[in-house]
Ligand binder design. Structure first.
Ligand code: SF4
Length: 331
């Protein structure tokens, strides 16, 4: 269905070449996908004069990336397709103006391309009969975490978070990270909300966090992920993620003070405006939304009534440098 959607996109735009880009982790799909492409070429659904239509020439090749999260960003994906390091480009120009090999390029995700095929087969009215007023159709939810039935579920837009949890066999849920690491961490008071663009939007990832987990552990895990996955070209994405994670560590070790929480919020907000692509812009989201919804877990770790680190030991902190230079503070 993805390949059919790509051929339709080729027909609509006059493109002759489509690329299916997969991260290296999906190499195991390669043989199966190549077999499907061969079959389509054999049936005249790819290649020259597709389906007997003069001048409708289109073919598809598969390209594997090295496995970077940021290559889900369209311009980084194009860089990777060109054989370069996967780093987002400055925009404008946008890919539809200057894309793959400097040619106008349309980039869509697998889900959108499949939806096009379904809409052409069954009609726009059929598609619009599902979902909500402003978010038509269906959505693939990739549900993972503390659930009995992890997997990918196709649902109509507009189901509630609670319904998605019941569908996946989740019990005793403390929080849900809606939209993956870059998304938003919500608590039970928001489980009545509906998954759609006019309420709670998501790209599809839905990570369930059970009662037994500590929110700060979960947030630290996401911050470690962003530190690993930053391509490094924007300074705040490269170093502020580390500073935020270190401050989080400080709080987790019971050494935090009230101003650390303010710093996390104020510096986290800067990430939204100081970075070039969505990865860096949303890297502080787990911190910001967990402080918004689970502030009590942070406050339980923070020294009450102190606005400075009372346990900081200056003598201990400078021991190593004192030894290196052979000079020690006078008593
Ligand atoms: S925000 Fe981060 S991942 Fe995105 S371009 Fe900048 S450094 Fe790279």
């Amino acid at each position: 269905m993805v390949f059919e959607g790509m051929a339709l996109a080729g027909y609509a735009t006059g493109a002759k070449l489509g690329i299916l880009y997969l991260r290296e982790e999906y190499r195991y799909l390669e043989k199966q996908l190549e077999t499907v492409l061969l079959g389509m070429r054999g049936k005249g659904l790819l290649g020259r004069n597709i389906a007997g239509k003069e001048g409708f020439d289109y073919d598809i090749r598969i390209q594997f990336g090295a496995g970077a999260y940021v290559c889900g960003e369209e311009s980084a994906l194009i860089e990777s397709c060109e054989g370069k390091r996967g780093e987002p480009r400055n925009r404008p120009p946008f890919p539809v103006q200057v894309g793959y090999l400097d040619k106008p390029t349309v980039i869509n995700n697998v889900e959108s391309l499949c939806s096009v095929v379904k809409i052409l087969e069954k009609g726009a009215e059929w598609y619009k009969s599902m979902g909500t007023k402003e978010t038509s159709g269906t959505k693939l939810l990739s549900i993972s975490g503390d659930v009995r039935y992890p997997g990918v579920f196709e649902v109509e837009w507009g189901i509630t978070v609670q319904e998605a949890l019941e569908m996946s066999g989740a019990m005793n849920v403390k929080a849900v990270q809606v939209g993956g690491p870059s998304g938003r961490l919500i608590g039970p008071n928001e489980f009545h909300r509906t998954i759609c663009y006019e309420d709670l939007p998501t790209g599809g990832a839905f990570i369930v966090i059970g009662e037994g987990r500590k929110i700060l552990d979960v947030v630290k895990n996401f911050m470690d992920f962003f530190i690993d996955e930053s391509c490094g070209s924007c300074a705040p994405c490269r170093y502020l993620t580390v500073i935020l994670r270190n401050k989080l560590n400080k709080i987790m070790e019971g050494k935090g003070v009230a101003s650390d929480l303010d710093d996390l919020v104020n510096w986290g907000k800067q990430m939204k405006i100081a970075n070039r692509c969505g990865l860096g812009q949303s890297a502080a989201n787990p911190i910001l939304s967990s402080i918004e919804n689970f502030r009590y877990e942070y406050e339980a770790k923070i020294e009450k009534g102190k606005d400075f680190d009372t346990r900081f030991d200056l003598n201990k902190a400078i021991q190593e440098s004192s030894r290196a230079v052979g000079r020690f503070p006078q008593a």
